[in-house]
Design a protein around this ligand. Structure first.
Ligand SMILES: Nc1ncnc2c1ncn2[C@@H]1O[C@H](COP(=O)(O)OP(=O)(O)OP(=O)(O)O)[C@@H](O)[C@H]1O
Ligand SMILES: [Mg+2]
Length: 410
């Protein structure tokens, strides 16, 4: 097997070093309670792994039946789509689920909109007009581009946009300017992504989302600015050697953020060190979930050489069968992210993207550095189980990392 640690090139992402600056937001650190009884964690696992209990599946079935699409009930349930998640569904998701017939897609999307409108009506003032009803269905903060002051040089660039440091109402912000063309349907998706980010914001290990600018010339996502940058910037690009305790702290927080996303029925789809931001006190913050849909409209030459996704972080079932992303494909990517934390390198750096696909499909994984603590090595191997069902859930990953953190901290 070729060495996977040598000759690391970072061209694939072309990121630039982060800059330092003030951060005006409070940081949060988890207080783990060592004497919490073990069985309460077991409850967590069960809770986490059984999203679609019958009480959630039944309303989806009934709704599909009412539209005359009872035949799709199993498909929706298998994809963990309950009534809460329905508003986030777009024609692209239906495509991915194998529902490609335009007329069926149109009727399903219309059904979703009607359902959403009927739910929203309960929450709005009676004297609001129908026009404001449509607007009130999607909640996010619209930020006027005129209010933002941008630093001229970017701090980084990713698969579909360039990130600048800026100032908004006296606070440091990160502005991700999208290099995409969005037609009106896709703009609607953009707004839905913003609403999704707003909804998922309130967890201490999620990077803080401020709002979006939907002015066509200045499409951008605005988040809190994290002066230390991403875990990739620190551990891979700058090759910073941190004490294990801090590495585990970042990883543990990342796991808890993804645990939250999964509990909210959102699959991240792009877990990697570059998408874990690091706070002043070495807390980890999950970023860039919900961007996968926007990435599909990328027109920029800044995009990755292939637009087929973050191959090096992808689970074999995704590379092999073009299956849907799942909670357990996130677990695989998390294992690769842990490897980046430990190896300080780009995964499979000596292999081309095509070679990586073959390598992983053939049952090979990354070689774990000898310096890796056994707890992490075992966790990585568990995340890389070929059978998705046997990979750990994020409740389990979080628990294992938390326990290890306590051990290192004591
Ligand atoms: N909120 C932020 N605070 C500070 N730096 C940030 C922030 N968001 C992004 N960055 C910097 O910008 C870089 C590029 O981010 P971006 O999300 O565009 O691309 P990426 O994370 O490398 O790839 P991906 O397209 O998979 O997200 C990051 O690596 C990080 O250095
Ligand atoms: Mg990112």
């Amino acid at each position: 097997m070729k060495s996977l640690e040598s000759d690391v090139s970072y061209d694939e992402y072309g990121s630039l070093p982060g800059t330092s600056g003030a951060s005006g937001f409070a940081q949060f650190d988890y207080e783990f309670e060592p004497d919490q009884p073990e069985d309460s964690f077991e409850e967590l696992y069960e809770f986490t792994d059984a999203f679609m209990d019958p009480s959630q599946a039944e309303p989806v079935k009934l709704w599909l039946e009412s539209l005359g699409f009872a035949q799709y009930a199993d498909l929706f349930i298998a994809n963990q789509i309950n009534l809460d998640f329905l508003p986030c569904i777009t024609p692209l998701d239906l495509d991915e689920m194998g529902i490609t017939e335009p007329d069926i897609q149109r009727r399903l999307i219309l059904g979703i909109k009607q359902l959403e409108a009927s739910k929203t009506r309960n929450f709005i003032d009676h004297d609001q007009s129908d026009a404001s009803l449509t607007h009130s269905m999607i909640h996010y903060r619209e930020i006027s581009y005129k209010e933002i002051q941008l630093n001229p040089s970017p701090i980084g660039r990713g698969a579909f946009g360039i990130v600048f440091k800026g100032l908004w109402r006296g606070q440091a912000i990160a502005v991700k300017k999208l290099q995409v063309f969005l037609d009106p349907t896709h703009l609607e998706d953009f707004r839905r992504e913003a609403a999704l980010m707003e909804r998922l914001n309130f967890h201490p290990a999620i990077s803080f989302f401020i709002g979006v600018c939907t002015e066509p010339e200045h499409l951008c996502f605005i988040t809190k600015y994290y002066p230390k940058g991403s875990a990739y910037d620190l551990l891979v690009k700058e090759n910073l050697v941190l004490e294990w305790k801090l590495v585990i702290k970042i990883a543990r927080d990342a796991a808890s953020g993804i645990f939250h996303l999964h509990r909210e029925r959102v699959i991240h789809c792009d877990i990697a060190a570059r998408n874990i931001l690091v706070g002043d006190d070495w807390s980890g913050y999950v970023s860039d979930f919900g961007m996968s849909r926007i990435k599909k409209y990328t027109t920029t030459p800044l995009a990755r050489p292939s637009r087929e996704g973050p191959i090096r972080w992808m689970a074999p079932e995704l590379l092999q069968n073009r299956q849907l992303y799942s909670f357990k494909s996130d677990s695989w990517s998390f294992g690769v992210m842990l490897w980046e934390f430990v190896a300080h390198a780009k995964p499979y750096s000596t292999l081309t993207r095509e070679e990586v696909v073959q390598h992983v499909i053939n049952g090979n994984t990354l070689s774990i550095p000898v310096s890796c603590p056994p707890v992490l090595a075992t966790l990585m191997k568990d995340c890389w189980n070929f059978d998705p069902e046997l990979r750990p859930s994020f409740a389990n990953i979080w628990k294992r990392l938390s326990e290890y953190y306590i051990k290192l901290d004591s």
